[in-house]
Design a protein around this ligand. Structure first.
Ligand SMILES: Nc1ncnc2c1ncn2[C@@H]1O[C@H](COP(=O)(O)OP(=O)(O)OP(=O)(O)O)[C@@H](O)[C@H]1O
Length: 564
C-alpha cells in the first residue's frame, strides 16, 4: 500500500475492486445490458397491462403478441443476466482464493509470523465465502435496480406531478436506508473483529483440548470468558445491525402504503385520469417487490464490504517484498561448491509492548561444505533466529549472506533457499513425497527409494510409501520427526539444518542420530547445521558455536582439538 493509499483506504479498495473486475468487464456489461433489458421489458409489461385494464376488449391480436414477446425478453434477459453474473462471481471468488494463497506463499516469513493464524484463517474461509454469497445475489439486485429505474421512468411519463411526490418519498426512504446501512456496517465491522477473537478461542479449545480437560477452572474460564462472551458479543452486535435494517425496511414499507394513500387522496381532490391512477397503483405495488429485494440484499452487501476490506488489507500487507519467489519456475538441483558466509548480519524483532526488542548480531560466520556444526546456547539466545537468517527465511536488516562468495540478493534468495533441507522444532510433516532429489526417484520408484531410509530410521514396520505419500502419519512425535528426516534424505540437498531434531527421540535412537546418522551424512559431503541441547554429543561436532543474547560468544573447532 502506498502512503497515499494508506491515507485513503477507500481509494485503494476501489483500485483493488477495479483490478479484480477488469478482466470480467465484457461479462459484466452483458449482465448489465440483459438486466436492463429484462427490467425494461418488465416495465413495458406493466404498461401493457395498465393499457389493457383501461381499454375495451381486453388483450388480443398484436397486443397479445407484444405481451408474449415482452414476457420472453423479461425471462431470457433475467436468465442471461443471472448466468453471466454468477459466471463472474464464481470466477472472481476463485481468483481471490488463488491470489490470496499465492500471496501467503510468497509473503515474507516475518510478515506472516506477525499476522497471526487466527486472523488469517477467517479471511481465507469466512470473508471469501461472504463475497461468494453476495456474488450469487448480485444479479437479482442489479435486475431489481433496473426494474425500479424503469418503473420510475414509466411513472414520470404517466404523471410528472405525481412522480415528484414519489421521488420525494423515495429520497426519504433511501436516506433512512443509507443511515441504516452506515450504522449496520459499523456493527458488522465490530462483529468481524470479535470473530477473529472467536477463532483464536476455537484454536485454543481444539489445540489445547488435552490441557483443558486436565484443568477444570481453566476450562470453565475458557468457555465463559472467551467462547461464550465473544459469541454473545457477536450475537448482540450483529443483532443490532440487523434490527437497524428491519426498522429501516418497516419504515420503507409504511412509506410505500402512505404513498399509495396520498396518490389515491390526490385523485379525490384533483381530477386524475383513471389510466394514470391505476398505472401508479399497479406500478407502485409491483415496485415494492424489487425494492424489497434490494433491501434484503443490502445487509449482505454491508457484510461483503467489510469482508472485502479485510481481504484488501491482507492483500496489501502481503503485496510487497518477496516478489522473487518463483512459483511457476521448475525447481533445479541446487549445488554448493565451497560454503556459506554470514558477514555482519543483524536482525531485530519488533519490541513487545513495554519490553526491549530482541536483537541478533552482528554475526560473522563461515560454514564450509562437509562440516558438522552444532549451534548451542540457552533458551532464547537466538539460535533459531540465526538459523532463519542462514536459511534466507529472514532477510538480514544489516550485513550480508554469501553463497560460494556471492552475495545473496532478494532476486536470488529463493534459489539460495533450495540449498537447504530443514527439520524445524515446530516442523510441518507433509504426507506426500517429492519425486526429485539425487536418486532421481519418480513417483513409481519412490517406495523403493524411501525404503532404505525408513529401515535405517527404524520405522519401516509402521510406515510405507504408497501412491507417492506416506501410508500413515498418525504416529508419535518422535516417529513423525523420523519421517521428516526421510524427506530430508530423499531431497538430498547440500545443506541440512536440524533444529533440536533429537529432542523427541529415545536415548538409543538419539545416540544413533549423533553417532551414526549425522556422520554418515557428513561423509556424503553435506554441510550439517544442528541446533542441540545434547551436551553429551557436542564432542562429535567439527565446530560448536555458542550463542548468548543474540551474539556468537564462542566458535570452537572440535576437529582440530580431536586431531591434536
Ligand atoms: N516471532 C517473533 N517475534 C518477536 N520476537 C521473537 C520472535 N521469535 C523470537 N523472538 C525473540 O527472539 C528471541 C530468540 O528466539 P529464538 O527462537 O531465536 O531462541 P532460541 O535460542 O532458538 O531458543 P530455544 O532454545 O528456546 O529454542 C526470543 O527470546 C524472543 O524474544
Amino acid at each position: 500500500m502506498t502512503s497515499a493509499d494508506a491515507a485513503n483506504p477507500s481509494s485503494s479498495n476501489a483500485a483493488e475492486i477495479w483490478r479484480l473486475l477488469k478482466p470480467f468487464m465484457p461479462w459484466l456489461a452483458l449482465s448489465a445490458v440483459m438486466g436492463i433489458a429484462s427490467g425494461a421489458a418488465t416495465v413495458a409489461l406493466l404498461s401493457t397491462i395498465n393499457d389493457v385494464l383501461n381499454q375495451q376488449g381486453g388483450m388480443s391480436g398484436a397486443l397479445l403478441v407484444t405481451f408474449i414477446a415482452l414476457c420472453a425478453i423479461a425471462l431470457f434477459g433475467r436468465m442471461l443476466s443471472d448466468v453471466s453474473t454468477n459466471y463472474v462471481g464464481q470466477r472472481l471468488v476463485a481468483q481471490v482464493r488463488r491470489s490470496l494463497a499465492e500471496k501467503i506463499l510468497s509473503a515474507p516469513i516475518d510478515a506472516l509470523e506477525r499476522y497471526r493464524t487466527h486472523r488469517l484463517m477467517p479471511i481465507l474461509s469466512q470473508d471469501v465465502d461472504m463475497i461468494s454469497d453476495v456474488a450469487f445475489v448480485m444479479s437479482s439486485m442489479l435486475i431489481a435496480l433496473a426494474v425500479a429505474l424503469g418503473c420510475l421512468g414509466y411513472l414520470a411519463v404517466l404523471s410528472p406531478a405525481l412522480f415528484v411526490l414519489v421521488v420525494v418519498m423515495l429520497v426519504l426512504g433511501a436516506t433512512v436506508q443509507i443511515v441504516a446501512q452506515t450504522r449496520a456496517e459499523t456493527g458488522f465491522w465490530k462483529a468481524r473483529e470479535h470473530e477473529d477473537q472467536l477463532h483464536k478461542a476455537y484454536r485454543a479449545i481444539s489445540e489445547g483440548a488435552k490441557e483443558l480437560r486436565m484443568h477444570r477452572a481453566r476450562r470453565t474460564q475458557m468457555f465463559g470468558e472467551q467462547v461464550a462472551r465473544i459469541v454473545d458479543l457477536i450475537r448482540e452486535v450483529n443483532g443490532r445491525a440487523i434490527y437497524t435494517y428491519v426498522i429501516a425496511n418497516a419504515f420503507g414499507s409504511a412509506l410505500f402504503f402512505l404513498l399509495i394513500a396520498v396518490i389515491l387522496g390526490w385523485a379525490a381532490f384533483r381530477e386524475t385520469e383513471p389510466a394514470v391512477l391505476s398505472g401508479f397503483v399497479l406500478v407502485l405495488l409491483y415496485l415494492k417487490g424489487p425494492l424489497d429485494t434490494i433491501a434484503n440484499v443490502l445487509p449482505n452487501v454491508g457484510r461483503a464490504r467489510v469482508a472485502f476490506q479485510r481481504i484488501a488489507d491482507l492483500s496489501a500487507r502481503f503485496a510487497t517484498p518477496e516478489s522473487h519467489l518463483h512459483l511457476e519456475r521448475p525447481a533445479e538441483a541446487a549445488t554448493l561448491a565451497d560454503g556459506i558466509d554470514l558477514r555482519g548480519v543483524c536482525y531485530s524483532f519488533d519490541a513487545p509492548e513495554g519490553g526491549e526488542p530482541f536483537v541478533l548480531g552482528p554475526i560473522d560466520l563461515e560454514l564450509r561444505c562437509g562440516e558438522m556444526v552444532f549451534v548451542v546456547g540457552d533458551n532464547g539466545s537466538g539460535k533459531t533466529t540465526l538459523i532463519k537468517l542462514l536459511l534466507g527465511l529472514y532477510a538480514p536488516q544489516q550485513g550480508e549472506v554469501l553463497r560460494d562468495g556471492v552475495v545473496v540478493k532478494p532476486q536470488t534468495r529463493d534459489d539460495y533457499r533450495q540449498l537447504f533441507t530443514t527439520v524445524f522444532s515446530d516442523f510441518y510433516l507433509f504426507e506426500n513425497l517429492m519425486p526429485v532429489g539425487p536418486d532421481g526417484a519418480t513417483t513409481a520408484t519412490l517406495p523403493q527409494a524411501a525404503q532404505p531410509y525408513l529401515q535405517r530410521l527404524e520405522i519401516a514396520h509402521k510406515v510405507s510409501v504408497k501412491d507417492g505419500a506416506f501410508s500413515t502419519v498418525d504416529l508419535s512425535t518422535g516417529q513423525r520427526k523420523r519421517l521428516a528426516l526421510v524427506h530430508a534424505y530423499l531431497d538430498g540437498r547440500p545443506v541440512m539444518v536440524f533444529d533440536e531434531w533429537a529432542a523427541d527421540q529415545d536415548p538409543a535412537f538419539r545416540h544413533l542420530f549423533y553417532t551414526e546418522l549425522l556422520p554418515e551424512l557428513r561423509a556424503k559431503g553435506h554441510l550439517l547445521v544442528v541446533i542441540s541441547h545434547d551436551d553429551r554429543y557436542f564432542h562429535l561436532a567439527d565446530r560448536v558455536i555458542t550463542m548468548r543474547a543474540g551474539r556468537i560468544v564462542e566458535d570452537h573447532a572440535r576437529s582440530q582439538e580431536r586431531a591434536a
